[in-house]
Design a protein around this ligand. Structure first.
Ligand code: V47
Length: 367
């Protein structure tokens, strides 16, 4: 615990972390304010190693959006386009399958499907899409549609959220991705995403999914106009829901990328990025996994994040659009070999996982 000699503000927090006690919101604020990032990271790494030893997980996956047409017009987003925009795209179900087939290869175990809030597509389109993908690839895990989309499908179809999820599950949906939460704050909802699901609605969709046996992830979009108290409140709400349901698999802090957005602003710094990972690991004591999403962090920082609380690197990804349209300089995909080397070089043992975080291999000895 030598590192903490130079961070006396963290002593009581360090004691609680060692005993595995829950941190308060006030302590969360202190972790955000602490200037000694290494000390915060050190504590997060203690928790990470207690839970996952020196394992770094990854999944072989693909991202393919069905459309970027979206009427929400959120000022932080460069992905969503109004229908008449020359950069708007959408696939019909056959077109989507053809595109997926071009990208698919034998080691892929997960497909991540999201889109915008499309003004014209009927709810049946989404059911047909899921059904068609599952028919073509029955063993693939479908992580599809954010809570924002699910809430919209409910308004579109007149079905309850539960009914929408039941129909999607029947069609082949396996899990919900964590997007659309942005920051679970009514103030920021009013300013940044007033046309999308509110914080209460986002939480309700996840609560309903968990009760139905559909696991999900949670995200935070940070680095724009949010304040520390809002981020801590966000983590607190996620922690409470996880206490209730246990249905979250992982948490993913997402760094705001300002290019081509109406909101503009600056990119986050490396210090801010690592702090989000570390604070999350310390506050979200009931979340099994923290993801260092390399598309958002860049591969180099994702590698460092493994020592600041993250135990998962997401995956091969391929064809990501949301961050790249907002100026992310990260590559479009990483090979398994690259992901494994990233982990090994950082002193971790890479383990290929399925979407439920079950290992698909024995961890190799560190070479
Ligand atoms: O909800 C939108 C964010 C999210 C920008 O669950 C932006 O495994 C940065 O949720 N700069 C979608 N972020 C991505 C997402 C995700 C990604 C990878 C894995 C998983 C998972 C989920 O992207 C949106 C929004 O918060 N976003 N615009 C932007 N300019």
């Amino acid at each position: 615990m030598e590192t903490l000699f130079i961070a006396p503000n963290l002593w009581t927090i360090a004691e609680k972390v060692e005993k595995g006690e829950r941190l308060t919101a006030e302590e969360g604020i202190r972790l955000y304010q602490e200037t000694n990032l290494a000390a915060v990271g050190f504590l997060a790494d203690r928790v990470r190693r207690r839970l996952h030893s020196d394992i770094a997980y990854y999944v072989v996956n693909l991202h393919l959006s069905y459309s970027n047409v979206c009427f929400a017009g959120c000022p932080f987003c460069a992905f969503g386009k109004f229908p008449d925009d020359p950069d708007a795209f959408e696939y019909d179900v056959d077109g989507y399958l053809r595109q997926l087939e071009r990208m698919m290869w034998d080691r892929v175990t997960e497909v991540h499907i999201v889109g915008g809030l499309h003004p014209d597509l009927p709810f049946d389109y989404y059911l047909n899409l899921v059904r068609a993908v599952k028919d073509a690839y029955p063993t693939i895990h479908l992580k599809a549609f954010t809570a924002v989309e699910v809430q919209y499908f409910s308004e579109l179809s007149g079905y309850s959220v539960e009914k929408v999820l039941e129909k999607l599950k029947e069609a082949g949906l396996d899990a919900l991705p964590g997007g659309g939460a942005e920051v679970l704050s009514d103030r920021l909802h009013r300013i940044l995403f007033p046309k999308k699901a509110s914080p209460q609605q986002w939480l309700n969709v996840h609560r309903t999914a968990h009760r139905m046996g559909i696991p999900s992830n949670a995200t935070l979009l940070y680095g724009h106009i949010e304040i520390i108290e809002e981020k801590v409140h966000h983590l607190d709400q996620l922690r409470r829901l996880q206490d209730e349901t246990g249905g979250f698999l992982c948490y993913i802090p997402l760094a705001y990328h300002p290019e081509n957005t109406q909101l503009g602003g600056r990119r986050t710094t490396g210090v801010a990025d690592l702090r989000e990972v570390a604070v999350a690991r310390l506050m979200l004591d009931n979340f099994p996994h923290i993801k260092a999403y390399w598309i958002s962090l860049q591969p180099k920082l994702a590698q460092v994040a493994l020592s600041f609380g993250a135990d998962d690197m997401d995956g091969t990804v391929v064809n990501e659009k949301i961050f790249h349209m907002a100026g992310a300089p990260s590559p479009n995909q990483l090979t398994e070999d690259e992901l494994r080397k990233m982990a090994q070089e950082a002193g971790f043992r890479p383990v290929r996982r399925n979407s439920h975080y079950q290992p698909l291999e024995e961890p190799a000895a560190i070479s």
